[in-house]
Design a protein around this ligand. Structure first.
Ligand code: NAP
Length: 308
């Protein structure tokens, strides 16, 4: 039995799906009762509802489990403390494997949520547990957040340079690599960078989307100050607002690149290129696929798909 924290989220559901596909049994740790159905639909066999910072809830979630895959809440100010609570619970439960869903380049202090993951990695390396750290790049699926404007008016707007390069990775590849690490032997003490196969810029993304949709899509840089004011007016504040602002400032200067070889080795195939992801997820209908081809849209992708 493998416990997944953050199991009802975008990453958690993808991993549950990938583990269930391999026949592994997943206990999903979710925060709210209404997320139980979501986790079951993704393939979880057992569910525990609780708070990932609460030792008693963690003890219940980890009882009788062989491994834990820790997915931290997204852009959360207490991420290091939550990580330490999960590590302590894993030690109490005597789990055999702890796999941490970190991020590409956690040592980048300019981005507080990367730095937070470096602190969790540090605590893990001092824990005495059998640890594996996965460091995924930005998901290709993040483009789905802008799907409506892309599909409706051909506008792909980002608060950073349209020529900034990213090692954007397919979340399905990340989930399948995580399932390899959890289900196969020999991955203890490893730190694996999970980067996509190309230096992808917003301008290149727009080009691929235009091809799939059959109409123009233009990448456009929003002034980060305008993004900040709009996000604030929309109710974002405090740590998430400041952290995302810092992230976009970093992206504007450097992008976020990485090397795909480790991911290719784990998957034993080439990582998914954005053009193929775009066809799979933004493609108008299944008619584009050869008979018998399984489209394999991830549960969280399905949420974002309307009619084109
Ligand atoms: N997006 C990317 O490109 C990317 C790339 C690399 C790494 N990551 C990392 O991946 C992680 C997960 O991201 P995601 O996009 O999958 O996030 P997500 O969809 O927001 O999922 C996070 C889940 O954690 C749950 N959660 C939040 N606080 C909790 C608490 N106190 N107790 C129990 N559960 C709680 C959330 O429940 P609620 O819905 O109730 O809040 C949600 O189901 C983040 O740490 C992120 O930094 C993301």
């Amino acid at each position: 039995m493998i416990v997944i924290t953050g199991a009802a989220g975008k990453t958690g559901r993808a991993l549950t799906w990938a583990l269930a596909e391999r026949g592994a049994r997943v206990r999903a740790f979710v925060r709210r009762p209404e997320q139980v159905a979501v986790a079951v639909a993704a393939g979880a066999s057992e569910i525990v509802v609780g708070d990932v910072g609460e030792p008693a809830d963690l003890d219940e979630a980890l009882r009788g489990c062989s491994a834990i895959y820790h997915i931290a809440p997204n852009v959360h100010p207490d991420e290091p403390a939550i990580g330490r609570a999960v590590i302590a619970a894993a030690q109490r439960a005597g789990v055999e494997r702890f796999v941490f869903h970190s991020v590409l380049r956690p040592q980048l202090r300019a981005m507080p949520h990367h730095e937070a993951k470096a602190r969790v990695e540090e605590a893990l390396f001092e824990s005495g547990l059998a640890v594996t750290v996965l460091q995924p790049g930005p998901y290709q699926q993040n483009t789905l957040d802008a799907r409506e404007a892309i599909v409706r008016i051909g506008d792909f707007a980002v608060p950073y340079r349209v020529d900034a390069p990213f090692a954007a990775v397919d979340l399905r590849d990340v989930a399948q690599a995580a399932a390899v690490v959890l289900c196969e032997d020999g991955h203890e003490d490893a730190v694996y960078e999970l980067a996509g196969p190309e230096a992808l810029t917003p301008r290149l993304i727009a080009g691929h989307l235009a091809e799939v949709l059959g109409r123009p899509v233009t990448a456009r840089r929003i002034d980060p100050r305008d993004w900040y004011e709009e996000a604030r007016a929309g109710g974002l504040s405090g740590y998430p607002l400041e952290t995302l602002t810092a992230m976009f400032a970093f992206y504007d200067r450097h992008g976020l690149t990485g090397n795909p070889r480790t991911l290719a080795a784990l998957l034993d195939r080439a990582p998914t290129r954005f053009a193929d992801f775009a066809r799979r997820v933004f493609g108008p209908d299944d008619a584009h696929y050869a008979p018998g081809f399984q489209r394999q849209v991830l549960p969280s992708e399905r949420d974002s798909l309307g009619s084109n």
